[in-house]
Design a protein around this ligand. Structure first.
Ligand code: PMP
Length: 354
């Protein structure tokens, strides 16, 4: 008989959020940048590593990194909270503002980690559906915030996995109705035409979450941050472990911010490649949504999503099978890759769809 104790009962059979890791030639399943970060950044980082006092704990406040992030957004550094990926930012938000009896609200379909992390932190999750067509409108947001009165209301724009951007009235409606915190996940913010970071103010219950994983081509670094009112940042720091951001990450992130122009070039290339991909897909028997992110949502009309997903894997192309997610029957999410990768995907898809 096993002597191992049971984990928390409320974890149940809940599975983690993981995309299949299959060995294929073309990986378009996790919305990473198809380009490596700039070589000049890597050279700078390698040189700077020799100066790091490795025997010492890192700067607990991550001062240099937060100042650099603040400068890039035109905010103060006490309005910046940085963590190990934006997922950890989301976790800190739930630890500080969620918990038993304090609800988190999501609008489905959206990024699965919002509900998942809330649940892991003991925060009850209430979910509302988006409007037909997967869009979100102000009336629905107002009604949902009034009905549930959440401690944390999650918005995501551009939304993962649809790529759709919410109209500004959605955030306005949430902020006008909430008695808690409104968390706007802008993981894909730089691919879109508009950001809500400029709205952040010390008297507004708004947290905008960003990441280095997509536009900065640094998913391997695990660095994300929130821009929020200074007292909110203070609360997020209180639930973080001491020295949670290591010296390497602080340095690498700070140096990356010196390469804004190269980042903007990469973003522009991905945005124009996204438009080419949408144009080519538009000539196939699929339903599409107008994405402002670095991925597109596709619903094949002639075969089931899972059949198409398998057919693509057989042709060494991996995309995200979202067909079993609520509201996304038959859909696949495809990350924008290099033109060569996308051509391989398009050719494979044309074959699978016959
Ligand atoms: N938010 C959204 C909407 C995402 O799609 C992702 C990545 N899939 C994240 C946050 C997490 O990004 P990271 O932890 O790599 O910063």
């Amino acid at each position: 008989m096993s002597r191992l104790p049971s984990p928390r009962a409320d974890l149940g059979l809940r599975e983690g959020y993981h995309s299949a890791q299959v060995d294929v030639a073309v990986r378009l399943n996790t919305n990473e940048s198809p380009f490596p970060p700039p070589a000049s950044w890597l050279d700078e980082l390698a040189a700077a590593l020799a100066e790091v006092p490795w025997s010492r704990y890192p700067d607990r406040a991550a001062t240099g990194l937060r100042e650099a992030i603040a400068a890039s957004h035109g905010v103060r550094s006490d309005q910046v909270f940085a963590a190990n990926g934006s997922n950890e930012v989301l976790q800190a938000i739930c630890l500080a503002y969620g918990g038993a009896g304090r609800k988190a609200l999501t609008f489905e379909p959206t990024y699965a980690l919002h509900g998942h992390v809330a649940h892991l932190t003991g925060t009850p999750v209430v979910s509302e559906e988006r409007d037909p067509g997967l869009r979100l409108g102000a009336a629905r947001v107002t009604a949902a915030f009034e009905r549930h009165d959440p401690a944390i209301g999650f918005l995501c724009s551009p939304n993962n996995p649809t790529g759709l951007v919410d109209p500004p009235e959605v955030l306005d409606a949430a902020l006008a109705t909430t008695s808690g915190l409104v968390v706007l996940d802008e993981a894909y913010g730089q691919f879109a035409e508009r950001s809500s970071v400029p709205l952040v103010a010390d008297d507004l219950p708004l947290v905008v979450v960003r990441t280095f994983s997509k536009t900065w081509a640094l998913a391997g670094l695990r660095l994300g941050y929130a821009i929020a009112a200074a007292p909110v940042v203070g609360s997020l720091e209180r639930v973080s472990l001491p020295y949670h951001l290591d010296a390497f990450k602080q340095l690498a992130g700070r140096l990356a911010l010196g390469h804004e122009a190269e980042m903007a070039e990469r973003v522009a290339a991905m945005v124009s490649e996204r438009e080419r991909l949408l144009d080519r897909l538009g000539r196939m028997p699929v339903t599409l949504w107008p994405s402002q992110a670095n991925f597109v949502l596709v619903r094949p009309e002639t075969r089931s999503g899972t059949e198409v997903w398998k057919g693509l894997v057989e042709r060494s192309v991996l995309v995200r099978d979202t067909s079993s997610w609520p509201g996304l029957e038959g859909c696949l999410r495809v990350t924008v890759g290099t033109p060569e990768e996308d051509d391989r995907f398009l050719a494979a898809l044309a074959e699978v769809l016959g």
